[in-house]
Ligand binder design. Structure first.
Ligand SMILES: [Zn+2]
Ligand SMILES: [Zn+2]
Length: 350
């Protein structure tokens, strides 16, 4: 077995503490990754607190973390994609059935048999519990690990594995590119990646935010325009002018004003999960042939494409690095949106 040192929550409402456990032996198709950085995603917080108990109850002890980057320390006998010393990443899932139409289509996140989530799940045997990246290593099949070509700023690479692919996939699906007007709603962990990616794809990007204080940041991230949404008068002149809008907000909010900003054939994609359902009048979509869609991370091929795109365009996440003893503080600050724009845990720190 592989000895692993991690940080776990043992029951809802308690703090993280060191937790030693075992991962499987490195098999013929596996690689062992020594983890350097693990990003803190909002879904880690929901699961640590068992806030999704109706749909995805938390199995304690919980070691979260699905924004993982590190170096390959060992490879199995049949591994061809990686060699020792390579930089590798792990995202939200670590295996899937490999046989269903969605797996064959490179959309393993929608595996008919349900992918093996990186933590708070099980391997495909449905018995072996998975523990995430708030730990010093991970054993994973090489086909579910990602190659990282970015050298240097590895800390900013970790969040690409969830926040990066969550925003890249819908931008790609709706073919965002030069000559298009793109809106990003919300400037947080997801929104700041959305801006960088959409700008790199050549679009004219507008940030919609409730907070006027974020204007300078929006511009420094590359946004061309910044609109404060608390005053509806700011939105009125923009009606019908956008090709694509990515809504990253998880707080309850009305999507109809944004649908109104789309031009004919425009599309809006939601990736945040507010607790209350949204009321959308069909006429908001009918007038202008508009699309309202959702998006869930991305499959392995597209996640690799995103990492390659980011390496080529020098895109990383803006992060604040913490040591593992500060996870609770980072959670509190993430809930308050008091981070620019993602916390990353240095897993090499004791
Ligand atoms: Zn995530
Ligand atoms: Zn499948």
């Amino acid at each position: 077995m592989t000895e692993t040192k991690g940080y776990a929550v043992h029951e809802a409402g308690t703090d993280f503490s060191p937790f030693n456990f075992e991962r499987r032996e490195v098999g013929p198709h596996d690689i062992l990754i020594d983890i350097e950085y693990a990003g803190i995603c909002h879904s880690d917080i929901h699961q640590a607190k068992d806030e999704w108990k109706d749909s995805m109850p938390t199995s304690y002890p919980l070691v979260p973390g699905h924004e993982i980057v590190g170096r390959v320390a060992k490879v199995g006998s049949d591994v061809t994609k990686f060699k020792v010393g390579d930089i590798a990443g792990i995202g939200c899932f670590v295996d899937s059935c490999r046989e269903c139409p969605n797996c064959k289509n490179g959309q393993e996140q929608f595996c008919f048999k349900q992918a093996a989530f990186t933590y708070n799940g099980t391997e495909m045997d449905r018995v072996t519990k998975t523990y995430g990246g708030y730990s010093n290593n991970y054993v994973i099949d090489e086909n579910y690990a990602l190659k990282v070509k970015t050298e240097g700023d590895l800390k900013g690479v970790a969040p690409l594995l969830c926040a990066g692919i969550t925003t890249f996939s819908p931008l790609r699906r709706f073919k965002v590119g030069p000559g298009q007007k793109v809106g990003i709603v919300g400037l947080g962990g997801l929104g700041h990646m959305g801006v960088k990616l959409a700008v790199a794809m050549g679009a004219e990007v507008t940030i919609f935010s409730t907070s006027p204080k974020k204007e300078a940041d929006a511009k420094s991230l590359g946004a061309h325009h910044f609109v404060v949404t608390s005053d509806p008068a700011n939105l009125a002149p923009l009606a019908g002018t956008f090709n694509f809008i990515l809504d990253t907000v998880s707080a309850d909010h009305d999507v109809n004003p944004y649908l109104n900003l789309l031009g004919v054939g425009g599309a809006m994609v939601v990736v945040g999960v507010p607790s209350s359902p949204n009321a959308v009048h069909n006429l908001s979509l009918i007038f202008g042939n508009k699309t309202l869609s959702g998006s869930l991370i991305g499959g392995i091929p597209e996640t690799q494409e995103m990492l390659d795109f980011c390496a080529e365009h020098n895109i990383t996440s803006d992060v604040e690095v913490i040591t593992p003893d500060r996870i609770a503080e980072a959670y509190d600050r993430t809930i308050k949106s008091d981070v620019r724009y993602r916390f990353v845990i240095d897993m090499t720190a004791e």
